[in-house]
Ligand binder design. Structure first.
Ligand code: ATP
Ligand code: MG
Length: 280
């Protein structure tokens, strides 16, 4: 398998009013082409910052990110991001136009006819045939996320960075989109890094699960997930990973689908306390 992503000794500091906040510390990670990686950890541990460093939106303070051996120094269409918010589409463009616009500005497809034809393929890929001409306000939350995924995939990135993409959706829609994403990933073979607060989602989706410490974010453990898809919480292997993640993240066990609650109280600098985590 081809080597896709290398993160080496990555540290990220933010300077705020002459103080230094250590968001990420000594992150080392190697990802091969076509892997599906999930990243889980408490709120504020630097998950989004890590994705932003990979995307090229933030430069690392020390260390580096490489994609296929090339150091990342700026954003590029080889790394596309999908966010949690349901407002990431252009509201004045239809579903089809949102995708076609990305294809034109990135010059993935030249000309209106070609970009619209290719956009239609990606709208179909995410199961939205028939909704091409709907504006974002006419789509459900799940549909908007599907369009965002179609738009990100349409430029054929090497890596899809997903920052809690289903975090704003209800449980039923989330489940449907998880299954859909698995099938899209199997079709496109894109490498995925997927951030979630949801332990069940981390296990259902990830072939490797990265558990992160509270701030400053470090990798506590990388758990291999050998369970065959489709993964359901009723197997003993699932329960084993479930237990391991609870132990690592220091949370009490809750029902399947437990969500890591944000810390009740945090101090961002040296006096930081260990965030309090509970499973719901
Ligand atoms: N641009 C910035 N300037 C200053 N501090 C920042 C900036 N971006 C992030 N941080 C800080 O870095 C830390 C990590 O933030 P980040 O958003 O990466 O956490 P997260 O793990 O994604 O949290 P959540 O699960 O709540 O989304 C936080 O303390 C945050 O305040
Ligand atoms: Mg985040």
């Amino acid at each position: 398998m081809k080597h896709m992503l290398t993160i080496s000794k990555l540290t990220k500091h933010f300077s705020i009013q002459e103080r230094t906040l250590i968001a990420l510390q000594d992150i080392d990670l190697s990802v091969t082409e076509g892997e599906f990686i999930t990243i889980i950890g408490p709120s504020g541990c630097g998950k989004s910052t890590l994705l932003r460093c990979i995307a090229g939106f933030e430069p690392p303070t020390t260390g580096f990110v490489q994609v296929e051996g090339q150091e990342v120094s700026r954003p590029g269409i080889d790394r596309m991001m999908v966010f949690q918010g349901l407002d990431q589409l252009f509201p004045w463009l239809t579903a089809l136009e949102n995708v076609a616009f990305a294809l034109r500005v990135t010059r993935t497809a030249r000309g209106t006819a070609k970009s619209r034809a290719l956009a239609r393929d990606y709208i179909n890929l995410v199961g939205l045939r028939g909704y091409e001409d709907f504006y974002p306000h006419q789509l459900s939350g799940g549909m908007k996320q599907r369009v965002a995924i179609a738009r990100a995939l349409s430029v054929q990135p090497k890596i899809l960075l997903m920052d809690e993409p289903f975090g704003s959706l209800d449980a039923f829609t989330r489940k449907a989109l998880q299954e859909e994403l698995t099938s899209i990933w199997q079709t496109t073979k894109v490498t995925v890094l997927f951030v979630t607060h949801n332990i069940e989602e981390a296990i259902v989706q990830g072939d490797r699960i990265i558990a992160m410490s509270p701030q400053p974010g470090r990798i506590l453990s990388v758990i291999d997930n050998p369970i065959l898809r489709p993964r359901t919480p009723d197997s003993t292997e699932f329960a084993g990973i479930w237990d391991a993640l609870h132990r690592l993240l220091g949370i009490q066990k809750g029902p399947a689908g437990g969500v890591l609650r944000p810390p009740q109280k945090t101090a961002p600098f040296e006096e930081i306390e260990t965030p309090h985590l509970v499973a719901t």
